[in-house]
Design a protein around this ligand. Structure first.
Ligand SMILES: N[C@@H](CCC(=O)N[C@@H](CS)C(=O)NCC(=O)O)C(=O)O
Length: 214
């Protein structure tokens, strides 16, 4: 038995936020594989009844507590561990602001784009991909600008805002068809800084299910 169980799968950047946080704080945790692509477990009535009524991954189980939404999970783990915790009321709200922006507009577009391009059968319609790509470019530019002259999103120290925003950003460029860091030097340097934190691991090494069966 581990202290924390995390329902997740390797291709999920949404789950990666929680898995990375658990690893970086040195938590005793284990991944519980959700067969998202094969059996579509997240869509079953059992999953919605017993695990997450929203039909989503990730889900964190800690004793009698079951938490969903990566932003909630990050907040819970930061408050318990006192690591990656925004300091004071202003920083707490600032972190929340970036986590919501990320969930809706950065990784909130990047995740579906990668899914439609890479995993969906049939693949997404070109017009949909083009719309999403436009939003992604705009929003990654906002993050890149924010990181100009800052080591991390809130300032000199990494917080849960950073761990939310990296969700899909370490997956291979081939999966997107463009290189996220190549033309955004502030994002590239920030990703390197996070990669250097003790306990960092790539999503494909941290969560089960990669590679997908043919
Ligand atoms: N805002 C949520 C997003 C979770 C999410 O969309 N997870 C995907 C897997 S990467 C999922 O379970 N999708 C199922 C669905 O939307 O039906 C979070 O950050 O936890």
């Amino acid at each position: 038995m581990a202290e924390y169980d995390l329902y997740c799968f390797a291709q999920s950047g949404n789950a990666y936020r929680a898995a990375l946080m658990l690893n970086l704080i040195g938590a005793d945790w284990r991944p519980l594989f959700v067969d998202f692509f094969g059996k579509g477990v997240q869509r079953t009535p059992e999953y919605r009844e017993n695990i997450n009524e929203m039909g989503e991954v990730p889900v964190l189980v800690h004793g009698a507590k079951k938490l969903t939404q990566s932003g909630v999970i990050l907040t819970y783990l930061a408050e318990r561990s006192k690591k990656f915790l925004p300091r004071g009321d202003d920083e707490r709200l600032e972190a929340l602001r970036w986590i919501i922006f990320d969930n809706q507009k950065v990784n909130g577009f990047l995740g579906p784009y990668r899914f439609l391009r890479n995993f969906a059968k049939p693949a997404g319609h070109p017009a949909v991909l083009e719309f999403l790509k436009g939003r992604i470019d705009n929003n990654l530019a906002i993050v890149d600008k924010r990181l100009a002259g800052r080591a991390y999103i809130l300032g000199p120290e990494p917080t849960i805002a950073d761990l939310s925003l990296v969700a899909y950003l370490y997956y291979p460029a081939e999966e997107f068809g463009f290189d996220i860091a190549a033309e955004r030097k502030n994002i590239a340097a920030w990703l390197d800084r996070i990669r250097a934190l003790p306990g960092w691991a790539h999503p494909y090494d941290l969560m089960p299910g990669h590679p997908l069966p043919k």
